[in-house]
Design a protein around this ligand. Structure first.
Ligand SMILES: Nc1ncnc2c1ncn2[C@@H]1O[C@H](COP(=O)(O)OP(=O)(O)OP(=O)(O)O)[C@@H](O)[C@H]1O
Length: 219
């Protein structure tokens, strides 16, 4: 569903941060993306989410060449990809329920048409009793789960998560990993960027390892 051919990326006039990347993200696949700090993990996620264009090479997303993609087609393509950001990006003046429902509200959907889905998803991530709370009073782990629920409410075909266990203790990290595994079993492709070797050792999955801008894949 996503394919990279000889992709390179530089920011402005800087050095190439990613070099000669060849990669396929297949439907229903699960992969960890790892590598030392500064290796380019977030940059690669931004390319996968169409937030950046490569400075060379070819990226196709759901069969569309991103270089020739009309801008107007971008939002619909992006809606098929869910993203959990490192810093959550929840809106403090909206409740947890409203944050998770926001992507649907933006599409003009009536609350009555999605209320039950949002409640069910919040229960699934273990926030059934926190849906009326505002982000400032949530714990780091609760915010993380709210951000995951928001990324999933539109039923994306791929979920990209940037260090989703970076701010939580090991038992919660394990629980989040179980959520991602279950999501994958239900048919969603999952890409988890992480430094956490302990986390990766808990699940036998493909590893995309970045080092100095180059990618090695361990199937
Ligand atoms: N907007 C930007 N402009 C210029 N350089 C950038 C920008 N964003 C990232 N970089 C540089 O690109 C390289 C890769 O950064 P990136 O954030 O992708 O790495 P990372 O592997 O996600 O790191 P970390 O694990 O610390 O989050 C770094 O050298 C970084 O300084």
């Amino acid at each position: 569903m996503i394919r990279f051919e000889n992709v390179g990326l530089r920011y402005g006039m800087g050095p190439e941060v990613l070099r000669d990347l060849n990669l396929r993200i297949d439907p229903r696949s699960f992969q960890f993306l790892t590598g030392p700090s500064g290796a380019g993990k977030t940059t690669l996620l931004r390319l996968l989410f169409l937030a950046l264009k490569p400075t060379r090479g070819l990226i196709t997303v759901f069969g569309r060449d991103t270089a020739t993609l009309p801008k107007a087609d971008l939002p619909a393509l992006r809606r098929r990809i869910g993203v959990v950001y490192q810093d959550f990006r929840l809106l403090d003046h909206l409740t947890t329920f409203e944050n998770v429902a926001l992507p649907l509200r933006v599409l003009g959907r009536e609350e009555s048409s999605y209320r039950a889905d949002v409640v069910e998803l919040l229960k699934w991530v273990g926030l059934g009793d926190r849906m009326h709370a505002y982000p400032p009073v949530l714990s780091g782990g609760e915010k993380q789960r709210a951000a995951i629920a928001r990324a999933l409410i539109g039923q994306p075909e791929i979920l990209l998560a940037d260090e989703p266990t970076g701010n939580v203790d090991p038992p919660l990290a394990k629980r989040l990993l179980r959520l991602f595994i279950e999501l994958n079993r239900l048919g969603t492709s999952v890409v988890i960027a992480t430094h956490d070797i302990g986390l990766m050792n808990q699940f036998d999955a493909r590893r995309l390892v970045l080092h100095e801008g180059r990618l090695t894949i361990y199937e």
